[in-house]
Design a protein around this ligand. Structure first.
Ligand code: GRF
Length: 204
């Protein structure tokens, strides 16, 4: 299963994919890493692993449609089976999400449907939640709104800070995101219409 990973920053999730790629339990390869920022540290991680890299700088385009068109052209050169959003900090157009529907995953640092958008850890603490976590989901046009695939949760401690909580959740991300991609690679996971996934069985 050929993966293309999109990043904007540190790329610690990318590193988890690189580390697990080709394991018996993770039958995928990372074919390319594409960033909208030339200085994203994740590009260094990719180069070190001998993976092709590309930069599509959103600032060089006059709107989301032209940026997404260029991004799609770049992605499709690598003929991926699955596209992985791993800290890719751009909102994608409907044209983009429809083009990759069913073969585009994201990870979001909250227990969706709680806290789509930014600042998720602080919002969970401020709300007095007793747990927080992360969600792998198929990407649709709705921001952080596509069908969830897999979640991991951690307890929120009495004196928790957003950064400490984020660190514990990030550790979970590095486990569940490659796992969800492995399920996809094994043909165990598919998007089969609205709110239907996992072997075509509708969720309640
Ligand atoms: C993670 O918190 C992920 O949930 C969010 O962006 C962050 C990416 O971190 N979508 P990294 O670049 O993988 O280290």
């Amino acid at each position: 299963c050929r993966l293309v990973v999109l990043i904007s920053g540190s790329g610690s999730n990318l590193q988890a994919f690189i580390d697990k790629a080709g394991d018996a339990d993770h039958p995928f390869e990372v074919c390319a890493v594409i960033s909208n920022k030339a200085d994203a540290f994740g590009l260094e991680r990719a180069r070190k692993a001998g993976i092709a890299t590309a930069v599509v700088d959103h600032k060089a385009f006059d709107g989301r449609d032209s940026f997404d068109a260029a991004l799609m052209a770049q992605i499709d050169q690598f003929k991926p089976d699955l596209v992985i959003l791993a800290g890719f900090m751009r909102i994608l157009t409907g044209g983009f999400t429809r083009h990759y529907l069913g073969r585009l995953l994201n990870i979001h640092p909250s227990l969706l449907p709680k806290y789509p958008g930014l600042n998720t850890h602080q919002r969970a603490i401020d709300a007095g939640d007793d747990k927080a976590g992360c969600t792998v989901h198929f990407v649709t046009e709705e921001l952080d709104g596509g069908p969830p695939v897999l979640q991991a949760s951690v307890a929120i401690e009495a004196d928790d800070s957003a950064s400490a909580l984020a660190g514990r959740i990030l550790h979970c991300e590095h486990v569940i995101y490659p796992l969800a991609a492995a399920w996809f690679a094994e043909g165990r996971l598919r998007l089969d219409g609205d709110n239907s996934l996992l072997d075509g069985k509708a969720l309640p």
